[in-house]
Design a binder for this molecule. Sequence first.
Ligand code: DQA
Length: 142
Amino acid sequence: MSTIYILNGPNLNLLGKREPEIYGHDTLADVEAMCREAAPEGVDIVFRQSNHEGVLVDWVQEAREAADAIVINPAAYTHTSVAILDALSAFEGPVVEVHISDVHKREKFRHHSYVSQRADEVIVGRGVQGYVDGLAWAVEKL
Ligand code: DQA
């Protein structure tokens, strides 16, 4: 049995309502259902969202003991958070960074990701399918 943490940062609780022209119409509950559906037998999914940087840091630290891989969409903290980068650097398993939108084709401040410095795989611009692809990548690595 392996465990994969799928962690979501700020404002992703509004998925489906928030700027649907950028992020689409699926809700975060839909994304969770897609991931659970896609997870092969023997892979346990822990799916969480927080608007708070420190909570995300706590979950990444918790994953050191509890998870084999992390799939993370740090949302806006991608572009600001050394704390999340440091927490991920202390995690030994595979890390996949996912962004629903193509951050490289958006505002300049979204082009830089602290998290990419640690991520083993980065998936951008595939919509919510990026989560399923990220999960598949992590499963393959385990
Ligand atoms: C995002 C991209 C970030 O720049 C933004 O702050 C988000 C979502 C994405 O999934 O495309 O909240 O991570």
